[in-house]
Structure formats: structure tokens, C-alpha cells
Design a protein around this ligand. Sequence first.
Ligand SMILES: Cc1cc2nc3c(=O)[nH]c(=O)nc-3n(C[C@H](O)[C@H](O)[C@H](O)COP(=O)(O)OP(=O)(O)OC[C@H]3O[C@@H](n4cnc5c(N)ncnc54)[C@H](O)[C@@H]3O)c2cc1C
Length: 384
Amino acid sequence: MSFPKAASVVVIGGGVMGASVAYHLAKRGQKDIVLLEKEEFFGQGATGRCAGGVRYQFATEVNIHLSLASLPMLERFPQEIGQEVDYRQCGYLFLLTEEKDIAAFERNVALQHKLGVQTEWLDGEEIRKRLPLMKLDDVLAGTFYAKDGLCDPSGVVMGYINAAAKLGVQTRTGIEVIGSVVEGEKIKAVETNKGKITASIVVNAAGPWAGLIGQMAGVEIPITPIRRQMLTTTPLPDLPADFPFVIDFAQSLYFHREGDGLLTGMSNPMEKPGFDQNIDSDWELVNLEAAAQRLPLLEKAGLASHWAGLYEVTPDAHPIFGASAVEGFYVVAGFSGHGFMHGPIAGKLMAEIILDGQSSTVDVSMLDLARFDEGRLIQEYNVI
Ligand SMILES: Cc1cc2nc3c(=O)[nH]c(=O)nc-3n(C[C@H](O)[C@H](O)[C@H](O)COP(=O)(O)OP(=O)(O)OC[C@H]3O[C@@H](n4cnc5c(N)ncnc54)[C@H](O)[C@@H]3O)c2cc1C
């Protein structure tokens, strides 16, 4: 395949965001799109390392609206995109052990109800009844929404990549963007390890690396890469088939079924920003001990696999959508640890922003890049 020297649109990054943007632009009729991924395969960045969780339970209107638009797209994915993505609605159950979280979650649930998300409020007794295998004496209350669940990240990425390719998008791996050409505050081209590609529209969908791509165009994008890791266990036959995605909110500790075993992860609050994706084995022990205290069954399990990936964290834990000070240079990144689930709608919204000048399916105008300079930050409480 020859190297594309020019394109109308270059999308940088072949994770869920780049794949979804490329597909939705092409579906809207945009021609001459090139999607560039530096790795040898698509979806090897944050998307391929994520927990696959999808949920409606958020604390801000815009995040709930994004879920209300995005999760039904995952439900329809096999029909619309022609790819199975194994969407399992096992529910998310948040466990609350601290008084201060109770009031915040009560507010969240009221907001979710207002927007049509019928999250259940559960008292400690009810939770202990639902999760008899777990040690939950200190749990005060919790929330459960049955339509939250799990979905297959690589299925979603490859579904969009293949559908985009069928619509004429050039989807290319092994091409790394190493610079860009900006003239008179307009984007003109990207430089890659294989040569230059001229383009008047460039979409930065580089996830945890989006800040670096921004620097190449002279655009400051406040996205910090922060390592997160998880592990899966050997089969646990006693684990019920309907075990939900359980989150011990105060400890940032989570569990869900993975095959016949369990996946668990725990966010290290002391993790330093950086691009290291090696496992921190000390933290893995902390995770395992905390997990076994909650679910003693884990003592019977062996380690099946483990890996680390990078969150792409913004100062207000909300994503960045849209234009920048450099004409033609767009950003869709910074989903702060919950971007997989919002990938489908994010691509559609970016197509609207680029082709129509604004998003219409969901109003994400408040999530522009300029909000950081203008002090319009939005806080999300439900970050895990
Ligand atoms: C451990 C972990 C657990 C998570 N759990 C969940 C979850 O349960 N639910 C959820 O919704 N989200 C979760 N997330 C977050 C989610 O993975 C991300 O928000 C989402 O995948 C971001 O997608 P992306 O396409 O922006 O980034 P990525 O998937 O990282 O894609 C960016 C791509 O850009 C490429 N790239 C970078 N630089 C260049 C360059 N110079 N040239 C060319 N290509 C380049 C990278 O190789 C990469 O493939 C989790 C993340 C981690 C790390």
C-alpha cells in the first residue's frame, strides 16, 4: 500500500476515539480520510488495556447524556457496524463506606433519575444480601443500575476500523506522527516517521499521548498520563454468573467477572504521572490484599494475567472536544479513565463538530479546550 502524501482529514490515533471519529466522518460522506496509528495493531493503547466497563452512573449531566447516547450505540453495534461486541448488562454496584460519599451519591442518583436513569439506592443490608460472598460489614449503602455492564474494547475498535475501511478510509498502522506543520495559525500537514502528509484538518485522538501531539502543533492540551493496572484470576467456579461490576468507591477498588474468573483493579492515589506501562508489583500486592479482604474466595485463585495502561486525565476529569487555536487542528481526548464507553458517541459528535461547526446529538460545547484558560472547569465525583 503506498504512503498517502495528502488527505482531507488526518486522524491521529487508532484507539476507540480515532476509530470512531474516522468511521463517523466517513459515514457522513467525508472523503479522503487517513487514520494513523503508531503501533503495529489498532487498539493497543488505553482502549486495549481498559476494563471494558460501561455505565450510566455519573455525577454530571454531560457525562450522563454522553452515556445515554453512547451505550445504546454499543447495544446496536452488531446490527449497525456488523461486529459482535459482547455487551453484558451485569449492572454496576457502587459500595459506599464513608458518610461523606452518601450525600454526594444521593445527589448523583437524584440527577440520574431526573435524566431517566433509574439507579437503585440500596441500604447496607440489601447489599450484603445481594453479595453473600463478599465481606461488607462496613458498607453503609450503595447504588445499582442494571443496564450498566461490560463490553469488548477490541471488538468495538476493530468494528469501527473495518467499517471505516469499507467506506474508503485509509487505516494505517506502524505510522507515528512526529511533528506538524502550522502556518499562519492553520494546520497544513503532519510529519510522520514515513514522511509528510498534507491536510487542512487534523484530529488529535491520541489518548494519553494527546498532550504530546498538541505540543507538535503548538497547542497546549492539559492531559496527564497516569498508570492504572489490573489483574485477572484463574477460574472461580463459586462466583455467580450474575456477579455485577462491584466498586468499593472509597478504596477505588473494583471487581468484575472475566471469563470464568475475576478481574480486579485498584487505583493508586500516589501514582506519579508518566508513560510507564510496566506492572508495579508492590501495588499489585496492595490490590490483591484489599481484594481478598472483600472477597475471601480470591485466596483460592491464581493469577491468570495482569497488565498496566494509562489514564488520560484532565484537570476536571472531563474530556476535551473540538477546535483549538490552530485552525483545522481538533482534539478528542482526555476522557479521564472512562472513554471506552463514550467512544461511540464521541466519534459521532466530532463528525458533527468538524462538518457542521457544532455538536447536535449531545451539547458538548462546554467541554471545549478553551475552558481551562477561561476557568470553566466541571467536576466529576464518580472517577474510579
Ligand atoms: C487500566 C484502565 C482501565 C480502564 N477502564 C475503563 C473502563 O472500564 N471503561 C471505560 O470506559 N474506560 C476505561 N478506561 C479508559 C479508556 O481506556 C480510555 O478512556 C479510552 O480507551 C481512550 O481511548 P483513546 O482512543 O482516546 O486512547 P487510546 O486507546 O490510547 O488510543 C490512542 C492511540 O493513539 C496512538 N498514538 C499515540 N501517539 C501517536 C503518534 N504520535 N502517532 C500515531 N499514533 C499515536 C496510540 O498508540 C493509541 O493507540 C480504562 C483505562 C485504563 C488504562
